[in-house]
Design a protein around this ligand. Structure first.
Ligand code: GLA
Length: 747
């Protein structure tokens, strides 16, 4: 049984992991253990009952029972625990003290949906769920803690729900989706931080006393911090040691924090950011928090990532592309920006088709009077000056070339210079009487207002249903300011941010229901809303507006900590690169972009014939190997140490692998560099492209694989005379791709 209940104690387990909590003497829930699978007889050893001077005790004559000292499952405010609580409620008299006591529980196969919110899903054989019901009699309110443990990944998913059974309003001031108390603080916290064009860089810090946190209060999950963090032991590496990963299935404001207390306990929690959040639960209403996915691995960071990847590919993404390799696309943004017409688009598309591309995506600038970023957002009807045959005509011409057609939208936005704004200025988020701040010359529409969402749906519906559109890029290019709802009463104003993102989810759901075969790619100025919430609706996301191959090494490495390669939009763009002006070879750019959905973002017509031929070969290569890349097990072998990156994907049956090795800056005459491959079958004999002979898996994993990309000066004289040999050890920004295949001999 994956979930058992014995001696007042719940034990969630699969082959690898145990998560244990108990009903305490005060009938609240105490946390006992989370980690490697264990067997338990009794829980005395796990429960830390002890009296500490000054620690408040719940009972007279039982100093050992103190909430300040005990580890808890969903800690409350104000009754002896001075750490941050998982939740805080306020009743209509202003009182904030609660007492939710255990009432009952139920265990069932599978997993229930959370209406209106993105969530993981599972069949009855994939997961088992537990719901623990607690009740506060004074508040006349119920709290349900919901857990699901997955059979084949070490993932436990948590959420919580409050129900107001009383006859008066109750205000939720704070509601985390999960809280876990760890015994000690000998951990490092890994987080993914950045800004526009440099999203999800990996940072690691040793836990310290006090609070360390990551957060967003911008209305999106943000480029500043991804809603993910991990706790790893200091000796944990990519491939060994313990790590716990926490990822929020949500795209709005969030808080992820670790609080190390006065007894060295690390309390982690993750949920909607309590800043600017409050929810008024009217009599009879309930509120369900978004989910947090918790993974445990004793196989290092790669183990953690693979669990996230498998879970998200199998139990989060939906739609016809869930298990399908993704079409190779060409996007016109960096090729034309706003300056295009039907002819120039068709020129790019037909050339691209000839080289093997499968999908053409028309980016920003096709609608209203949009010739730059100052106007027309909200006016989702085609610009007939640029596209005399409309979207319908263009799509059918693109289809006639043998390509699918995709279109860019930015549904949540409006420009002041637009018909939509002229007609409905009050739909742009603003606080009456106050200045409206601009971001990229635009305002955010009030998606907390169902009328606005419905209007945008109708407008998009018309365009989408008028043409054969098979892909949509949904962009979101500014954060929210002057948050305010003109509809909500004063007591509900702080519901705004959550209601906004519920509106976004609602529009997504309506569109994917109306157009079930469209492939959606989410985007927010690149990767500012790359999160698990979005992946529920759009199974791929534009990873970053930075398309430079070298910058992408950092960005895609960080993104891969949590999100699978099949979700990562990655394109080859032109040089000098538009974000950093760097020049890298076409080979290097493709070798990086292969580890994702793969596509192009340049004008192929402007490439010399030899480069076009190279593009043709790249596309053939990717078509041959994309199944492996997008659905295999991913390993980060090098993460920038000594200016080297290497990535590897191994097929589930271990018969095939692909290895990408990348050098950033050349070092003269370096030490011999080898990299230990991962995930191969130790006994299989592998052939390797660009290498003679065969190698056993164990040799490649333990003795290592020697890098080609190192300059030793052996051809210094040739180089000096300007006779550089392309390929081996030539300069900065060099890369190699190897394909390994097991030679399975007949028995
Ligand atoms: C954002 C996106 C880009 C492009 C532009 C268009 O920056 O991230 O890929 O679509 O908007 O305005």
């Amino acid at each position: 049984m994956p979930i058992t209940y014995e001696n007042n104690t719940f034990h969630l387990t699969n082959n690898e992991v145990s998560y244990i909590f108990t009903i305490l003497e005060n009938k609240q829930l105490g946390h006992l253990y989370y980690g490697k699978k264990i067997k338990t007889k009794n829980t005395d050893n796990m429960l830390q009952l002890r009296s500490c001077v000054l620690a408040p005790s719940t009972f007279l004559n039982n100093l050992d029972f103190s909430l300040e000292v005990l580890k808890q499952e969903y800690p409350a405010y104000g009754t002896g625990d001075y750490r941050d609580p998982a939740f805080q409620l306020r009743n209509s008299e202003g009182n904030r003290i609660t007492n939710f006591e255990y009432v009952s529980h139920c265990i069932y196969d599978g997993k229930k949906d959370i209406p209106g919110l993105p969530h993981t899903y599972a069949s009855s054989s994939e997961a088992t769920s537990l719901e623990v019901t607690l009740y506060d009699s004074l508040l006349d309110s119920t709290l349900i803690l919901i857990y699901s443990i997955f059979e084949h990944t070490n993932s436990i998913v948590r959420s919580a729900r409050f129900i107001n059974n009383s006859k008066k309003d109750i205000f939720i001031e704070r509601m985390m989706s999960c809280s876990v108390d760890f015994y000690d603080y000998d951990y490092e916290m890994i987080q993914l931080d950045g800004a526009w064009a440099r999203e999800r860089h990996i940072h690691t810090r040793k836990l310290q006393y006090g609070i360390q946190s990551i957060a967003s209060t911008r209305g999106t999950s943000s480029a500043m911090h991804n809603p993910f963090f991990a706790l790893k032991r200091t000796h944990t590496t990519e491939n060994s040691g313990e790590v716990y990963g926490f990822n929020f299935v949500y795209s709005g404001n969030f808080l992820g924090q670790v609080q190390v207390d006065n007894y060295d306990v690390s309390r982690i929690m993750m949920g909607i950011h309590p800043f600017e959040f409050e929810w008024c639960l009217e009599p009879g209403e309930s509120f369900h928090s978004p989910e947090v996915v918790m993974t445990y691995s004793d196989q290092g960071l790669s183990g953690m990532s693979q669990q996230f990847h498998d879970l998200y590919r199998n139990n989060l993404m939906r739609g016809p592309y869930k298990d399908k390799t993704r079409p190779i696309l060409i996007n016109n943004w960096e090729a034309t920006y706003f300056q295009f017409n039907e002819e120039s688009i068709l020129n790019i598309a037909s050339k691209a088709k000839g080289l093997g591309v499968e999908l053409f995506v028309l980016d920003d600038g096709w609608f209203g009077k949009r010739n730059d970023d100052t106007s027309s957002l909200g006016d989702w009807y085609e610009n007939l000056e640029k596209l005399p045959n409309g979207i319908k005509g263009l799509a059918s011409k693109i289809n006639d070339l043998g390509l699918k057609f995709g279109l860019w939208f930015e549904p949540e936005m409006v420009n002041e210079a637009s018909n939509l704004y002229l007609e409905h200025p009050q739909w742009a988020i603003h606080s009456p009487g106050r200045n409206r701040s601009y971001g990229r010359n635009q305002f955010v529409l009030d998606f907390s207002n169902p009328e606005v969402v419905e209007h945008i749906y109708q407008t998009m519906y018309q365009t989408i249903s008028s043409a054969n559109i098979e892909y949509i890029k949904w962009d979101m290019n500014r954060n929210i300011t002057e948050a305010c709802s003109l509809l909500l009463p004063a007591k509900k104003q702080k519901e705004f941010f959550h209601r906004y993102i519920l509106g976004v989810y609602h529009l997504y759901e309506k569109l994917i229901t109306a157009f079930p075969n469209i492939l959606f790619e989410s985007c927010a100025s690149g990767g500012a809303r790359f999160d698990a919430g979005m992946l529920y609706y759009a199974p791929q996301a534009w990873t970053s507006d930075d398309t430079d191959a070298i910058e992408r090494l950092k960005i895609q490495t960080g993104t891969s900590l949590v999100y699978p390669l099949v979700s990562m939009g990655s394109h080859v763009s032109g040089i000098p690169n538009h974000q950093v002006s760097r020049k890298t070879s076409l080979d290097m750019r493709a070798n990086v972009a292969y580890f994702g959905t793969f596509g192009y973002e340049l004008d192929v017509n402007r490439m010399p014939i030899e480069e076009q031929e190279e593009v043709r070969k790249q596309i053939c290569f990717f078509k041959e190997h994309r199944e492996l890349i997008q659905f295999g097990d991913f390993y980060r072998l090098e993460k920038g140490e000594r200016d080297l990156y290497s990535w590897m994907v191994v097929s589930k049956d271990k018969k095939k692998a692909i290895l990408g090795c990348y050098k950033v800056l050349a070092t003269p005459n370096p030490a011999l560099k080898k990299v230990s491959l991962q995930g191969l079958h130790p006994d299989y004999e592998y052939s390797c492209t660009n290498r003679k002979g065969t190698y056993y898996g164990d040799e490649l994993m333990h003795c290592g694989f020697q890098y080609e990309i190192q300059y030793t000066g052996s051809r210094a004289a040739d180089n000096y005379q300007g006779q550089c040999h392309p390929g081996i050890d030539e300069g900065d920004f060099n890369s190699y791709i190897y394909v390994l295949e097991a030679i399975i001999k007949d028995a």
